[in-house]
Design a protein around this ligand. Structure first.
Ligand code: NAD
Length: 520
């Protein structure tokens, strides 16, 4: 059991190794710029996925704590929205600088709690940091429109903050996803309540500490914890005007439906099943390296992981070579030098992934490379699965229909580009798709005809940089993707438009009769 500590003045410092922590410290709430010890009676044990040693306990924040976080945000809102945009911009500049300064510390918390390798965890931080950096350009991004619509009459449009907003985050990007939300929500004048994943809240806690140091006033950013109960509180709390959710379909579809029914704006990015299409004319080495990296990196726990391979024509003969590359990847504790992928998040997740591999075998597929049973010598108790390649897969198989979210690549063979496009478009998800080809016309055809939100042409994980937006499609977003994260749509999500039409005439009217018709 972790010791209950009195409220700390900073986020917890974690070691940069997988050694057992002798006295784990409980995760606190962050309310009103204070790290507050929870009075929770229910705690969620958080284990290092490489060892299954206890790292911390995460509270199921009490009702009083959840309410206190929202009250703090509501109280902070009037002054924060009245704070000049230049001041908010200066705070964001400082926040950005501090994230860079604490980059390694943030990454270490991710490697310890989430399992991904330290260099990959640095990428997790960077991709979120870039959203904060882009938010610093708010002064030119949020300008409205003005038009003289008639003589002496003009119409102006403004974007105003919504008030209190909330973010509900997944486990797989503990820094990036909170940073898809916090900078955009706050720079536009909102106050935000963040619920990190209960499986790895450490990075979000460090971000809160850095935000306070950067000068965010008390209440602008609050962090609460827990699982479904905390989510239900967010969904039903009238003061919360908008919810940003990233995670799986089960939770996300529920959150979208109940949040929308309660009159809130909801943006929700959900699960995926991304395909890489390999054409015989592609640069073979580039394609095989890219696919191996994108399928197995982060142990396949990325919503943009290339988890499905569509081999067109003779490229199916390249599978043994792909397996050789996958075998070279080192599976090890994320702090170990040279580790390419770490463990999966939990023993339950490992079992679910192993069951899906077994289902493929049962349903007639071939396990070309079997990563089950692998254990690095130094970490016998972790949640390990080494790269696994399943071939001769057909669209009816369970391993094709479900998101596996592990280091498992399922491979289907087709004869033509048309067959590949038909197959991909029939899949209910539409997050990211990639094609490897040296033919312009082939790439152009793929680009036009594929129904998915993010396409890579010779690029394996085409996550858009923050000057664009994360544009999932089909079942990979709720609500048809009407609202997407960061970029211009992100600013729109967190702001309400106001349109003002004014008439300024120096002389008074010369008649004294009211007009009752619409002006024609
Ligand atoms: P998850 O849905 O299990 O959890 C996400 C959040 O929802 C967590 O904060 C969790 O506490 C909460 N939650 C979980 N179950 C709930 C329930 N029954 N009721 C209410 N709240 C609940 O997702 P995860 O396992 O943390 O993350 C992996 C999933 O996220 C994958 O499906 C992945 O594809 C997806 N993802 C999508 C994107 C994207 O941009 N499309 C990005 C990252 C992850």
């Amino acid at each position: 059991q972790a010791a209950t500590t009195s409220a700390a003045s900073t986020a917890t410092e974690y070691p940069t190794s997988h050694e057992r922590i002798s006295s784990p410290v409980d995760t606190t709430n962050f309310i009103d710029n204070e790290f507050v010890t929870s009075k929770a009676t229910t705690w969620i044990d958080l284990h290092d996925p490489a060892t299954n040693n206890l790292v911390t306990r995460v509270p199921q924040s009490t009702d009083e704590e959840l309410k206190a976080a929202v009250a703090s945000a509501e109280k902070a809102f009037p002054a924060w929205r009245a704070t000049s945009i230049m001041t908010r911009q200066q705070i964001m500049f400082k926040f950005v600088g501090l994230i860079r300064q604490h980059w390694d510390r943030l990454a270490a918390s991710i490697t310890l709690e989430q399992g991904k390798t330290f260099p990959d965890a640095k990428g997790d931080v960077l991709r979120g940091l870039q959203v904060a950096e882009t938010a610093c350009g708010i002064t030119s991004q949020i300008t409205g429109d003005v038009l003289e619509v008639a003589k002496d009459m003009e119409t102006r449009s403004y974007r105003e903050p919504l008030g209190v907003v909330a973010a509900i985050c997944p486990f797989n990007f503990p820094a990036m996803i909170p940073l898809w939300c916090i900078p955009v929500a706050t720079i536009t004048g909102n106050c935000i309540v963040v619920k990190p994943s209960e499986r790895d809240p450490g990075a979000a806690m460090i971000l809160a500490e850095l935000a306070r140091e950067a000068g965010f006033p008390p209440g602008v950013i609050n962090i609460i914890h827990g699982s479904a109960k905390t989510v239900d509180f967010i969904l039903d709390e009238p003061a919360i005007k908008a919810i940003s959710f990233v995670g799986g379909n089960r939770a996300g579809e529920y959150i979208y439906t109940r949040g929308s029914a309660n009159g809130k704006r909801v943006q929700a990015n959900l699960g995926a099943k991304n395909h890489a299409t390999v054409m015989p004319d592609c640069n073979k080495n580039h394609a095989l390296n890219a696919i191996s990296g994108a399928a197995f990196g982060a142990a396949g726990q990325r919503c943009m992981a290339l988890s499905t391979l569509v081999m067109v024509g003779e490229t199916k003969d390249w599978l043994p070579e792909l397996a050789e590359r996958a075998k070279q990847l080192q599976v090890n504790g994320g702090f170990e030098e040279g580790a390419d992928l770490g463990p999966v998040i939990s023993p339950e997740s490992k079992k679910r992934i192993e069951d899906l591999i077994a289902s493929a075998e049962k349903e007639g597929a071939t396990i070309l490379l079997d990563g089950r049973g692998y254990k690095p010598a130094k970490y016998p108790n972790g949640n390990w699965i080494a790269p696994t390649i399943i071939t001769n897969v057909t669209p009816e198989m369970t391993c094709y229909k479900q998101e596996i979210f592990g280091p498992v690549l399922v491979c289907l063979n087709v004869e033509t580009l048309d067959d590949a496009i038909n197959l991909i478009n029939k899949n209910e998800y539409g997050n990211g798709e990639a094609i490897f080809t040296t033919s312009g016309p082939t790439a152009s055809r793929f680009q036009k005809d594929i129904e998915a939100g993010q396409l890579g042409i010779n690029v394996p994980i085409p996550v858009p940089l923050p000057m664009f937006s994360f544009t999932g499609n089909k079942k990979s977003v709720a609500g048809g993707g009407a609202s997407t994260f960061y970029g211009k749509p992100g600013l729109q999500f967190y702001t309400q438009q106001k349109t003002v039409t004014s008439l300024w005439r120096s002389e008074d009217a010369t008649h004294s009769r009211a007009s009752v018709v619409m002006p024609t």
